[in-house]
Ligand binder design. Structure first.
Ligand SMILES: [Zn+2]
Length: 148
């Protein structure tokens, strides 16, 4: 049994229980995964978590034998899920990333989720300003004009 943290298009977070990763994918594609708060079927895995395996019944001695299954989702799948989430929820500001981050930091622009690219110099400035950002090592996919 695998538990995913899910989030709907309205931003409601909830847990979904699935037999395994494949069952999750299938149910998601069939629109069988539904937000318990608003009923939205526009649901996806929440960014911060991959699959988390918990043993049903909560007996600690079961943990060891079952955690093996938890690593089924490969790094590639996780990166893909992360990328899909990023592309959906983060505004692409391209090479204006540093500039936009600075403006948000100083309240000149509304705070929002952004993604984009920076130069090393810009990264240094962001660090000096204490602006948090994460770097995600996505290889540019073919025909992708967003990640030069
Ligand atoms: Zn919802």
């Amino acid at each position: 049994m695998i538990i995913y943290d899910l989030i709907c298009s309205e931003g409601h977070r909830f847990e979904g229980w699935f037999q395994d990763h494949e069952a999750f994918q299938e149910q998601l594609h069939r629109g069988m995964v539904e937000c318990p708060v608003c009923g939205s079927r526009d649901v996806e895995q929440h960014l911060t978590t991959g699959g988390i395996l918990r043993s049903r019944g909560g007996s600690p001695k079961d943990e060891g034998s079952r955690t093996e299954e938890g690593s089924k989702a490969s790094l590639g799948e996780l990166l893909h899920a992360l990328r899909v989430t990023l592309e959906k929820h983060f505004e692409d500001v391209g090479t204006d990333f540093a500039k936009t981050a600075l403006k948000m930091h100083y309240g000149l622009e509304e705070k929002r989720n952004i993604r984009g690219t920076t130069t090393e110099e810009e990264e240094r400035i962001l660090k000096e300003e204490g602006i948090p950002f994460i770097k995600v090592p996505f290889p540019a996919k073919e025909g992708d004009s967003e990640y030069h």
